[in-house]
Design a protein around this ligand. Sequence first.
Ligand code: HPA
Ligand code: ZN
Length: 324
Amino acid sequence: MEKFIRCLPKVELHLHIEGSLEPELMFELAERNGISTPYSSVDEARSAYHFHNLQSFLDIYYQGANVLITERDFFDLTWAYMLRCKADNVMHTEIFFDPQTHTDRGIAFDTAINGIYHALRQGEKELGITSQLIMCFLRHLSEDAAFETLEKAKPHLNRLVGVGLDSSELGHPPEKFQRVFAEARALGLKTVAHAGEEGPPSNIRDAINLLHVSRIDHGVKCSEDPELAKELAISRMPLTVCPLSNIKLRVFDKMADHNILNLLNQGLCVTVNSDDPAFFGGYMTDNFIALNNALSPSPQQLAQFTRNAIEASFVSEERKKEMM
Ligand code: HPA
Ligand code: ZN
């Protein structure tokens, strides 16, 4: 089955590029930029990656991003991820970046997006991997800050397929960003939002009704509201589920308790994704293998995750047909 999983064509829809920063590259960039890190070695960094909830992860994740200074740093980060996609047989990927994590440190919006974008283009040319870029607003920051970020994105609209919402879900519900999401949609951008990761099912409903999202990122808490789960199945609202992330951040105690297969069997458009692979213990193939080991899905079910991701992706019908 491992061979089947390695060979299975994959589509990733939930990946924070800053969360693909491996400790090895973090140290390389720290040295290149004359910056110190809180860790004395790669091993020490890895052993610090133990989390008890989302916030305990976010604190370490934002700190890691401090080594990203130049356009080349963002390029190198993204290129390393593209090479991992190739190794994992990922045909298409739609990645997030968090501009505010960088602009709040004095790094220009353009520096971040230029480096990321050029690596994505090179990935398409040299590796044949297609991609899209989604800019996320940090929900622990203000609505005004999100509007300022959207303003900075305006010269780059042709490089962005949509906007998303990430960071601390508890205490920062979708309604806080209703107006900025409306403006993003008016600019022609698609919308997605993290909802129902740690937060209640009502955040999933609100992301759909107030932010008019095309996909829910995570969404696993929908099973606490069976009526909602039924509606998600009927509407085929995609959920970008991240199995290893959910275990590392204690959304589920263990992989055997994960609800992804139940959701799939109920007809929801669930997909498998890696979220922050450098912090959570693995990329796409690793997530599929972890699910396989704990839940023993059939080959048909594993393939259905890819079909769902193709259905949920923001690509042309022509590219969808090519990937199916
Ligand atoms: N949830 C919320 N914010 C995030 C995550 C996540 O899983 N990863 C990176 N930022
Ligand atoms: Zn995420």
